[in-house]
Design a protein around this ligand. Structure first.
Ligand code: NFE
Ligand code: MG
Length: 571
């Protein structure tokens, strides 16, 4: 018998996501992914100064903060033909690599770990054995028996008071497989990661003034470097950055990656589930010779189809035939009809909600069922994110990526095919973090070298004055954000924004079906997954979380009447 399992809200994500999965004989046979929240970002940009757009679009999300500002300044620079000084490029790379590292660590411990780690079971652990076990795979000197005893005491007190925000977890569910000691180690590091992430993100405050939402600047970065000046980026600030990078490196390589591998080794069966789509898209990231030279990127740009690693297809977001957004199953309407696909330069954002009124019982029978639009590359549904970045880089032959992927698969004793799964997606995020960490050190070293030789220009003012702009211009700003391929398309007319469209990672992954009824990544990846207990569908949550969904980014339009469209409760 088919049962429709509704998960709403999906928690431990950013934004408001509802998933309905059809389960037959204990296995998911169909799924619907619905973004249930709307905001107004694309609309409110129209008519504004393109140089201000970054400050508005950055507010689309506080999780992947900085990435939308970066996409926006790149879009304006692309439209107006502005290149930025190499020192500014390095600082932007440092900001982005910092974002990858902080975001991925937080995702692993605070958003995803509890799908695999049973907090209550950690009470059964022997802290001495936990310390021995941790020492066998990590050199982190905090991992002592007394430290694990103290953490266990905290959990005891917490459990006695009803477990607080963790009260509704599926503790004791048979899908949890870790021994008590591994559970205890992971809970201890969950707490440590909360403290740690406050430190690394200070790098954003140094170069961008604050976090979340650091400052950006069309033509460069909004900070000047003078090693002897109190109010500039000086020696003290640069030393702080180096020190924070050192701490981050230790946490990533002695805590996160060892924990990830330890946890993964108990869940190898999850290399069989959650693969979903076989197509991967990456815009590439971390330019080293200017953004117009993608061949110099740390991560290559391209698309891989049908998991065929022998071919990487070029991706051109300017081509009107490559990237299109559909709304056949989304609460929008297009002037030319709802089965049309529109390239983002011609994109439209016209809300047309015709779904159920709250409380939603089921979306069954509703043709339109989400506020996410549905992007396609050459009409293919594409997965984006850390796994896609690694797949495209691997297939492009980038040696640092290939070596790390092969070494990790070897350690886990699983074949390359294991990457195409829920487990593979979660492991890929860890490798993505380790790579970003190593590049962060490299970028910082290069910055220090440039400062030594006084190559400190951070701003190109050449086209700052709108009088120097053409009457009409169009640009695209790509970035591979922590959750994947992100781009902003801008049209400028007479110095003001005429159209602005964001196509965001979670829009690719979490969208509803397209006009040809092809599923996007969330929906496709759930099919075939077993669900042991319909009342506690932890398996659905595991696969969704492996994508690190962000619905705030993915939907960016408010109901014009400000209507309350869905009630979210946190009982
Ligand atoms: Ni709000 Fe985001 C990232 C972007 S995902 S988290 O990474 O862009 O849709
Ligand atoms: Mg959009």
């Amino acid at each position: 018998m088919a049962t429709r399992v509704v998960v709403d809200p999906v928690t431990r994500i950013e934004g408001h996501l509802r998933v309905e999965a059809v389960v037959e004989n204990g296995v998911i046979t169909d799924a619907y992914s619905a973004g249930t929240m709307v905001r107004g970002i694309e609309k409110i940009l129209i008519g504004r100064d393109p140089r201000d757009a970054w400050a508005i679009v950055e507010r689309v999300c506080g999780v992947c903060t900085t990435v939308h500002a970066q996409a926006s300044v790149r879009a304006v620079e692309d439209a107006l033909g502005i290149s930025i000084p190499p020192t500014a490029e390095l600082i932007r790379n440092i900001m982005q690599a910092t974002q990858y590292v902080q975001d991925h660590v937080i995702h692993f411990y605070h958003l995803h770990a509890l799908d695999w780690v049973d907090i209550v079971n950690a009470l059964k652990a022997d802290p001495r054995k936990a310390a021995e076990l941790a020492a066998s795979y990590s050199k982190w000197d905090k991992n002592t028996a007394s430290y694990f005893t103290a953490v266990q005491d905290k959990i005891k007190a917490f459990a006695a008071s009803g477990l607080g925000i963790f009260a509704n977890g599926y503790w004791g569910h048979p899908a949890y497989k870790l021994p008590p000691e591994v559970n205890l180690i992971a809970v201890a590091h969950y707490l440590d990661a909360l403290e740690w992430q406050k430190q690394i993100i200070k790098i954003h405050a140094v170069f961008g003034g604050k976090n979340p939402h650091p400052n950006y600047l069309v033509g460069g970065v909004p900070c000047s470097i003078n090693i002897n000046e109190v109010n500039a980026i000086n020696s003290e600030r640069l030393n702080l950055v180096s020190q924070l990078i050192g701490q981050a490196d230790e946490f990533v390589n002695q805590v996160y990656i060892p924990d990830l591998l330890a946890v993964a080794s108990f869940y190898k069966d999850w290399a069989r589930y959650g693969g979903g789509l076989a197509n991967y898209l990456s815009y590439g990231e971390f330019p080293t010779k200017g953004y117009n030279h993608p061949e110099s990127f740390k991560y290559a740009r391209g698309a891989v189809l049908n998991r065929d690693l022998s071919t990487v297809y070029p991706v051109n977001p300017r081509d009107g035939q490559e990237i299109k957004e559909y709304i056949a199953h989304s609460w929008y309407t297009y002037a030319e009809g709802d089965n049309t696909g529109l390239h983002p330069w011609a994109g439209e954002t016209n809300i047309a909600y015709n779904g159920p009124q709250p409380p939603f019982e089921s979306l069954e029978g509703y043709s339109k069922y989400s506020f996410l639009k549905t992007p396609r590359w050459k009409d293919n549904a594409m997965e984006v994110g850390p796994l896609a970045r690694l797949v495209v880089a691997y297939a492009s032959g980038q040696s640092d990526v290939k070596e790390l992927v092969n070494a990790t698969l070897g350690k886990l004793g699983v074949p390359v095919g294991a990457l195409f799964s829920t487990l593979g997606r979660t492991a890929a995020r860890g490798l993505d973090c380790a790579l970003a960490m190593s590049w962060l050190k490299e970028f910082n070293g290069e910055l220090q070298e440039r400062v030594k030789i006084n190559e400190v220009s951070t701003f190109n003012a050449e086209k700052w004055d709108p009088k120097t702009w053409p009457a009409e211009a169009e640009g695209v700003g790509m970035i591979d954000a922590p959750r994947g391929a992100l781009a902003h398309w801008i049209k400028i007319r007479n110095g003001a924004i005429e159209n602005y469209q964001l196509v965001v990672p979670t829009t690719w992954n979490g969208s509803p079906r397209d006009a040809r009824q092809q599923r996007s990544a969330f929906e496709a990846s759930l099919i075939g997954t077993p669900v042991a207990n319909l009342e506690q569908p932890v398996e659905i949550i595991r696969t969704l979380h492996s994508f690190d969904p962000c619905i705030a980014c993915a939907v960016h339009l408010y109901d014009p009447q400000g209507r309350h469209l869905n009630q979210i409760s946190f009982e």
